[in-house]
Design a binder for this molecule. Structure first.
Ligand code: ADP
Length: 751
């Protein structure tokens, strides 16, 4: 068979550059050129002994024989693996053509080593796979745009997620279809995107911010747009990074850092070792150091040396254990001046709860501290002044009251004893003037008490009717003397109010007294009634009235409608001030209506109560029967000769009265004789005051429980408490009318 082909065939084969060989119908190699020999590593003689199955690593002899049979007069190309003589193998592409020579079938084969091409193909496939995977799994949205129409022809799942649409809803659209009409900079979306596309087409890589608007949702993205060439075809690739959240956080961060920077407090942030990482502008202004000077430093350069080391120790203990520390430092500025700062230092923790930084927020409190110091001094001064005022008032009250005992006492005794009309009239004038002085004194004292002490208020459910009657009766005579009618107009059987009886008594006295005082003709009526849950007391007069401009003024201390040298009415101007304060203390209201020349109506509103009457609040009528205590031995300890005379005149004929004018004589007398009552002046001149004597008396045999009545011009509440807790059992404030002293004797001797 080989002979059939002859040497010519070999020469022909040798002239072909590719590796060529011929197989007979059984697959035996019958001719091959050098290229094929070299390809497989055999020489020609060796090769001519081989069958195709010896170097075709892909097929068995069966497949080889069938292929040869099938390829009669036909050409086909296969990719198979060839094995070299040394056993190594390579990819080969075989083009085989069946030929028939002299009725003999042969296979003419051209073999190319395609291992390099194969490698490249595999590589391309692999990289295509890789890139597809990258495309599919990219976090950023990737969109591929057609270079002609600029329409999207592919996008990755990240785009679907970002746009909230499926791939099918996205492709074939233009970018501007997912964008608002105008971008943030005011330019039209379609014009702007075309501008960037043209830039990308010219080979530039463009990066820009883009705002998408998809279903009312705004997405801010950072876009990278560039042209990509694939196998000679160009496409546009658009990578979109969603920066909506990032931008929001950036804006927030910016806001935060701006607010920290512009904060009126100095802010300082250090690392865990206390080295400064950040300070704001206020810190620089406060300390005088620039930012560059302090970054990286430990804040100890601010120390003035005046803060106790213990303070720093406590500060560190606190913040290292994760707690906030608040405190004050006296620090030093760059120029050496000192300043007080109030600091709050707190640890900053990371997500793992570890402390990473410390943040200090500090305020310059130098001025505040100075102000506080001044305030403290001012307060101390004010307290001292107040103390002096109280003591001044107590002394003045004492000094004014003491002579009043003599004036009022003597005047009333003279008026009682004399038959002489002129003397009687003079005594009455003394008595009236004394009373006025007494009232003014009491009003000033009451006002001081309201301002300097907390006046005890005893609010309880009371029937105010007896008190109204009593107040009415008190002024009957005065009204009658002026030719005025005084009415009490009450329909109800009892009027239950939530009130303090003694305060209400003063309120009524002031209002009725004013009404009578400021009325020349006509009359005054007192009316009281219940109105839902309120009690209204109305004092109406037909007097001179109050001008509108004085509506508020008359409630101010010492203010009167008629003021100055020409004033037409006597009075201190304190009555309504006290009245208003008393009403307020009873949680009530006071107001009035008035017309000049026609009269005034004053209203007091109190809270009503449904409770039963407290019987103890019933006001008892003044007793006028003078009891006789002839058997009672009374010792009067008093250093003022006029007061001794007055009191002696008051009760000298009712009891067995002994008088002494100093502490030593008092003690001696008490030790010598047994008294039933001691009337004790408190402000005794000498070493011991009345309270000292009272205390001493208590240690004397048989005097443990003898009544001691303090008869004193110390009339403040605090005085009263002090007196009653120092051994005295009773208290009578000077000046007092004879009747008051007699009532006291009755009270004591009837116990
Ligand atoms: P005083 O009566 O001692 O002057 P008040 O505080 O009680 O002080 O009253 C203040 C002023 O209000 C009085 O001076 C008087 O001008 C005016 N005022 C009070 N009550 C009446 C009244 N019923 N009618 C007319 N004016 C009055």
């Amino acid at each position: 068979m080989k002979e059939n082909l002859g040497n010519l065939t070999l020469e022909l084969l040798q002239s072909i550059n590719d590796a060529v060989y011929i197989l007979d119908e059984n697959g035996n190699v019958i001719q091959a050129n050098d290229t094929f020999c070299r390809m497989l590593g055999y020489d020609l003689n060796e090769l001519l002994t081989l069958n195709a199955k010896d170097y075709n690593a892909s097929w068995d002899s069966e497949k080889i024989l069938t292929t040869i049979r099938q390829l009669k007069n036909r050409t086909e190309t296969f990719e198979i693996i060839h094995r070299r003589k040394d056993g190594s193998s390579f990819d080969a592409e075989v083009s085989a053509k069946g030929i028939t020579i002299n009725k003999q079938d042969y296979l003419f084969c051209i073999t190319r080593d395609i291992s390099e091409r194969k490698k490249t193909q595999t590589f391309i496939k692999e990289s295509e796979k890789k890139f597809r995977a990258l495309f599919e799994n990219a976090m950023d949205a990737i969109l591929l745009l057609d270079i002609q129409s600029f329409r999207i022809f592919d996008c990755n799942p990240a785009t679907e997620e970002m746009f909230g649409k499926s791939r099918n809803q996205i492709i074939h659209s233009l970018i501007q279809e997912f964008s608002p009409e105008l971008q943030k900079n005011g330019e039209k979306s379609d014009e702007l995107i075309n501008f960037f596309i043209n830039k990308a087409l010219s080979g530039e890589k463009t990066k820009f911010e883009w705002c998408f608007a998809i279903a009312d949702k705004e997405i801010l993205a950072e876009l990278n747009l560039y042209k990509v060439d694939i196998n000679g075809n160009s496409i546009l690739q658009l990578i979109c990074k969603d920066i909506t959240e990032k931008r929001k956080s950036e804006e927030q961060l910016n806001l935060l850092s701006q607010s920290i920077n512009q904060s009126s407090s100095a802010v300082i942030i250090t690392d865990i070792n206390g080295n400064i990482e950040y300070v704001n502008d206020t810190f620089c202004k406060l300390t005088g150091y620039s930012r560059e000077e302090v970054i990286g430093q430990n804040p100890r350069f601010l120390k003035s040396g005046y803060t106790f080391p213990e303070t720093y120790k406590k500060l560190w203990e606190n913040i290292i254990s994760g707690k906030q520390w608040n405190g004050e430092f006296l620090n030093k500025r760059k120029d050496g001046t000192l300043y007080w700062e109030s600091a709050r230092i707190s640890p900053v923790k990371n997500e793992q709860g570890e402390i990473t930084h410390f943040i200090g927020v500090k305020d310059d409190v130098t001025k505040l501290k100075k102000l506080l110091d001044e305030l403290r001094i001012a307060k101390a001064k004010a307290e001292e002044t107040n103390r002096l005022k109280t003591s001044f008032l107590a002394n003045m009250s004492h000094e004014l009251r003491t002579p009043l005992v003599g004036i009022l006492g003597c005047a009333s005794m003279i008026a009682e004893d004399t038959k002489e009309p002129l003397t009687q009239e003079l005594a009455n004038i003394i008595n009236k003037s004394g009373q006025r002085l007494h009232e003014t004194l009491n009003a000033i004292l009451d006002l001081t008490r309201l301002e300097s002490e907390t006046l005890p208020v005893d609010l309880k459910p009371v029937n105010i009717l007896p008190l109204l009657r009593n107040s009415y009766e008190l002024f009957l005579n005065e009204a009658k003397l002026k030719g005025l009618n005084l009415y009490l107009d009450v329909d109800e059987e009892e009027i239950l109010a939530f009130a303090d009886l003694s305060l209400l008594k003063s309120v009524l006295a002031h209002l009725i007294s004013n009404a009578v005082k400021y009325t020349e003709t006509g009359g005054v009526s007192i009316r009281a009634f219940t109105n839902e849950n309120k009690i209204i007391i109305k004092v109406v007069d037909t007097g001179i009235g109050i001008p509108d401009s004085y509506q508020d003024i008359i409630f101010e201390p010492f203010r009167q409608v008629s003021e100055g040298y020409n004033r037409q009415f006597e009075g201190s101007g304190l009555g309504l001030t006290l009245t208003k304060k008393y009403v307020k203390l009873m949680n009530g209201r006071i107001w009035f209506n008035s017309k000049v020349g026609e009269g005034s109506a004053f209203f007091v509103e109190l809270n009503a109560t449904a409770n039963k009457i407290d019987m103890s609040t019933e006001v008892t009528a003044q007793k006028s029967v003078i009891a006789d205590f002839k058997e009672k031995k009374v010792l009067l300890v008093e250093d003022d000769p006029i007061n001794i005379q007055t009191i002696s005149a008051f009760i000298g004929n009712l009891v067995q009265l002994t008088t002494v004018n100093n502490a030593a004589d008092a003690i001696a007398m008490i030790k010598e004789r047994q008294f039933d009552l001691i009337l004790m002046d408190i402000g005794l001149s000498g070493d011991k005051n009345g309270l000292d004597v009272a205390r001493e008396i208590r240690s004397i045999k048989n005097y443990f429980s003898t009544p001691i009545a303090a008869v004193t011009a110390y009339a403040l509440d605090s005085d009263r408490e002090k007196i009653l807790s120092s051994g005295c059992t009773h208290y009578l404030a000077k000046p007092f009318p004879r009747q008051k002293l007699i009532e006291l004797l009755e009270e004591i001797f009837s116990e």
